[in-house]
Design a protein around this ligand. Structure first.
Ligand code: ZN
Length: 275
């Protein structure tokens, strides 16, 4: 760091002021702590906090998308412009609460797990229904799991890590939360937070299906060694990620060209299917 003599007096005092202003535990520390607690509960160990940042930088095994990692990084920093972010600003009355839900603070937790305007209930139901095909228990979710998803493991009964299910879980949670976030921002900004203009369920279902289908297709594309060389995904890992959904047994097939889960709700309602 800079030696004291190298700092001008004003720079020095600015630094001191910043130290004083900082709360005892910063927003970042609180967010990281939540993630750590969730990871400890699921994995049985507490990773070093730096592991969380590193995971998001590395995006190992193509599990988390770049967009997710940017979202997660910002969330761990408490830097999304929601809820408390607006607390000490002149526009806090307008931007801090979720007035449609009567929630005093529109926190990430509210958006992802409580809000009636983000379609989160529907999207979580789709996610659980899909996960239940693996016959593994769907964990009780909380914000910590979302924040720490890059490190969350799904364990077998003997305590070992199930790499396929772990990867599926990380993909499903990150894709689902990201869609909820998009729906929230679209509603809040483009639709001017009008409770009458919440996205229709059919659109949300179709978008969720498309996202998951796209991820599945991307995964298989990434196993192509001729194209992706050493960065290609391991075929057996991709197999173990998606095979647990036993899509063949349920008559669901992946329409690779369109990246849609054909046979799931939205697709069944397409007109003219049985003509
Ligand atoms: Zn709300």
């Amino acid at each position: 760091g800079a030696r004291l003599s190298a700092l001008s007096q004003s720079e020095f005092y600015r630094g001191v002021r910043q130290l004083k202003v900082q709360e005892p535990r910063s927003r970042t520390q609180r967010m990281v702590e939540q993630a750590e607690l969730a990871i400890e509960a699921m994995n049985g160990y507490r990773p070093h906090p730096s592991k969380l940042w590193l995971n998001l930088k590395q995006r190992k095994h193509g599990t988390l998308t770049q967009k997710w990692c940017a979202f997660n990084w910002k969330a761990l920093n408490g830097a999304h412009k929601v809820g408390e972010f607006w607390k000490h600003t002149p526009v806090s009355d307008r931007y801090m609460p979720c007035t449609s839900c009567n929630a005093p603070v529109e926190s990430l937790e509210h958006i992802i797990f409580e809000c009636r305007m983000t379609n989160q209930e529907l999207v979580w139901k789709l996610t659980k229904d899909l996960w239940n095909r693996t016959s593994a228990t769907f964990p009780d979710l909380n914000l910590g799991i979302v924040l720490g998803i890059s490190e969350i493991d799904i364990k077998r009964e003997d305590g070992s890590t199930d790499r396929g299910l772990t990867r599926l879980f990380r993909i499903l949670i990150s894709e689902t939360v990201y869609l909820i976030w998009l729906l929230r921002c679209e509603w809040r900004i483009s639709r001017e937070a009008d409770p009458m203009r919440v996205h229709p369920a059919s659109e949300v279902t179709a978008r969720w299906n498309a996202r998951i289908g796209r991820r599945m297709r991307m995964d298989w594309n990434l196993t192509n060694q001729a194209i992706h060389k050493t960065r290609a995904l391991n075929k057996s890992l991709v197999q173990r990620t998606w095979n647990r959904l036993r899509l063949s047994e349920t008559g669901i097939t992946v329409n690779v060209s369109e990246g849609v889960l054909v046979g799931s709700g939205a697709a069944e309602r397409l007109p003219g299917r049985n003509r």
